[in-house]
Every structure is written in C-alpha cells, then in structure tokens.
Write a protein that binds this ligand. Structure first.
Ligand SMILES: Cc1ncc(COP(=O)(O)O)c(C=O)c1O
Length: 365
C-alpha cells in the first residue's frame, strides 16, 4: 500500500455522534453522508453510524442512496437535492425518501407508483436561493399538488445559508419557515417531521432544531463555525512519508515555475502527495505539514504527485519518516481548518477533495 493514505478514525465518528446527540437534546439525527461521507468513505462510515444508533441518512443523489441500501443500510435515507435525471422508479424501488420542490416531479412519482402513497419531504426556499419552492410560490405549488393525491408531505424542510455567521438572516429564514408551515397546514397537510439545522445551526441556533437535525461536518470532527468549540475530534488522518531529502543552496529554486527560491541553505523533503491526491495546489508556499511533531512549511508549487517541504528546522529527518497533512503527531496537530485557511477555502473542500488515489484505511480504537 502507498505510504500516502487516509486513516479514518471510526471511533472519532462515533464520539462526534455522541457530541451531536448531546447538542440536539433528543431530536433525531440525520447523518449527512453525501459525497462519499465528505471524503471519508460512505459505506464504512454509514455502517458505523447505523450501529451507533443514528436515525437516518442524508445524501445528495439517488445513486448515493442506492449505494447505501446495497450496503445494508436500512434507516431512512433522504435524497436532499431532489431528483436529478429521472430516477423516480429507482428511488421508490430502493425505499429512499425524496425531497420534492417541483410539481412535475410529483407527477412523475405518481406515474411510476401506480397510485400507492409516496412520502416526500417538501423543501421550501426561505433564502438560500437555490433549491426549494420559493415562499411566494408556495400557495400555487400546494394548489397544483392537489392533482397528485398519492404524494404525502411527510416532512417539511429548508436550508440555512448563514448558520455560521449572520444571525438576523437566520431569523428571517426561520420566520419564512414558520410561514411555510402555516400554509402547508392550511392546505390540509400535517408533516410529521420538520427539519432545518445543519452543523453550525445545531451548535449556534437551538431555535432551529425542530424534529430532526441534518448534520454532516460535525460528524467528521468540525463544528462548521469558528464561534463555537464543541469537543469534536477530526476523523481523517492524512499521512505520507518522506520520499527524498536534499539541500538547496542559497539562490537555488524548487519545483515548477521556480515559485520558491532559497535565501539560505535549505533542507528539503520531497513527499509523495500532490494535487492528484487532492492536496490543493493553492496550498503552494502557504500550507504546512507535520514531521516529528514540528510544523514544516510547504515550499514551491504543489505538483500532481509530489510536494516539497522545508525541514531545515527539524533535526535528524530521514527517508521514510511519517509526514502528516492532517492529524496529530508528537503533541502537535494540523486539521482541515488549518489547511483550508492556507489554501483559501473551507474544511468541506479540503476533506471532499482527498482523491480516490488515496487509500482509506479504517481504524477502530
Ligand atoms: C440540505 C443540507 N442539509 C444539511 C447539510 C449538512 O451541512 P453540514 O455539513 O454543514 O452539517 C447539507 C450539506 O451541505 C445540506 O446540503
């Protein structure tokens, strides 16, 4: 196996679920495991979460839900992004719960269900501006939906755009959600579950908790907001090993484009990881790695398979020494927030970007 691999700490995910449960104070937990469980590998992660008693799963795509069913996941699976590409029959056959916000989709479901009732979750757009029925169109939508009596609104949801930041806008969205709830009731529907909160809202906005919370990032170890600090543990440890060592003399450069030139004699380690593995190229000359518990700066441009780091500050570095891009080593830690800040992005992108070329190794304990 390559020395470059992602170790997935399943006990950390179980621990994070217990932190989430605590914060949710009795609400049901829908674990968001789209995009291969944010890069952690969906099947082992979902199996562990199911064994730990999670109530359901959220995926973006029907294909992701079907993969979970084939792996033996038997809880509710909500297809958050609605139906892309006409997978209505497959969604019903796999027992997935669709999110709906287009009347044409209701019609397609009724056609393939042969009149059997179908439970859907209605998504309303209270201010994210992407998916969902806009509030202004909700009455017309509900009127149209009467033509499809087999469609039952089992759940009502919306998605917050500033749960990590702008409190007044969250309040506006929640007011819109209350309005939507009133309208849905007036049309004779009584959804049994309401849900709004993502990770940041779980920790910052108890008023958004309702019946379910839909939590992704927190399960992988990050709260989704810099203003809260729950005791979560990052679940992905990204490691590699020193491949080669060399000395740059003052004035010499390293890598494509010569973006780093040594001002003085500099000891470099080359590591076998690059943007082909998902290390963002924007971390060039900005990111850091851990070697022997010391932070070593990335110098030069990250290439497809190789990256160079300055190890001048670390005594006795040898070929084969462990290098961490993410994780804890010798009392020091680097996490996806550090790498995201260096690369000008967010932890979600750092984690989902770790590519298929990086083997995932699942560890308990
Ligand atoms: C509709 C919906 N709900 C919940 C989540 C989970 O968000 P987070 O990972 O911030 O908890 C997502 C993820 O983007 C989402 O798209």
């Amino acid at each position: 196996m390559r020395p470059t691999r992602a170790e997935i700490l399943l006990d950390a995910i179980a621990h994070n679920l217990s932190v989430v449960k605590n914060a949710a104070a009795g609400r049901k937990i829908l674990a968001v495991v789209k995009a291969d469980a944010y890069g952690h590998g969906v099947v082992p992660v979902a199996r562990r979460l199911q064994a730990e008693g999670v109530d359901g799963f959220g995926v973006a795509l029907a294909e992701e839900g079907i993969e979970l069913r084939e792996a033996g996941i038997d809880r509710t699976i909500l297809v958050l992004n609605g139906i892309n590409g006409g997978a209505h029959r497959e969604i019903i056959a796999a027992g997935l719960t669709p999110v709906l916000y287009e009347v044409s989709e209701a019609s397609a479901f009724e056609r393939v269900s042969g009149g059997r009732p179908i439970d859907i979750h209605l998504k309303v757009d209270t201010g994210m501006g992407r998916l969902g029925v806009p509030l202004a169109e909700l009455s017309a939508f509900l009127r149209d939906l009467r033509r499809f009596p087999s469609i039952r609104i089992a759940g009502l949801m919306t998605h917050l755009s500033t749960a990590d930041a702008d409190r007044p806008y969250v309040a506006e969205q929640l007011a819109g959600f209350a309005q939507a709830r009133g309208l849905v009731r007036r049309f004779g529907h009584e959804p049994s579950v309401l849900h709004v909160a993502n990770s940041a809202a779980l920790f910052r906005h108890p008023e958004s908790h309702f019946d379910w919370v839909r939590v992704g990032l927190a399960l992988y170890g990050y709260p989704g907001s810099d203003t809260v600090d729950p005791p979560l543990r990052p679940a992905l440890r990204w490691r590699t090993e020193v491949l080669r060592l060399r000395i740059l003399q003052a004035g010499e450069s390293v890598g494509y484009g010569r973006s780093f030139r040594a001002r003085k004699e500099t000891r470099l380690a080359t590591i076998p990881v690059g943007y082909g593995d998902g290390l963002l190229r924007s971390a060039s000359n900005r990111g850091q790695v851990l070697i022997a518990g010391a932070r070593c700066p990335i110098v030069g441009n990250v290439a497809m398979d190789l990256t160079t780091v300055d190890v001048s500050g670390v005594a006795d570095v040898a070929i084969g020494d462990e290098v961490l891009l993410l994780g804890e080593q010798g009392g020091a830690a680097l996490d996806a927030r550090d790498l995201a800040t260096a690369a000008g992005t967010i932890p979600y992108e750092v984690l989902t970007n770790v590519s298929r070329r990086v083997p995932r190794v699942y560890l308990n304990g």
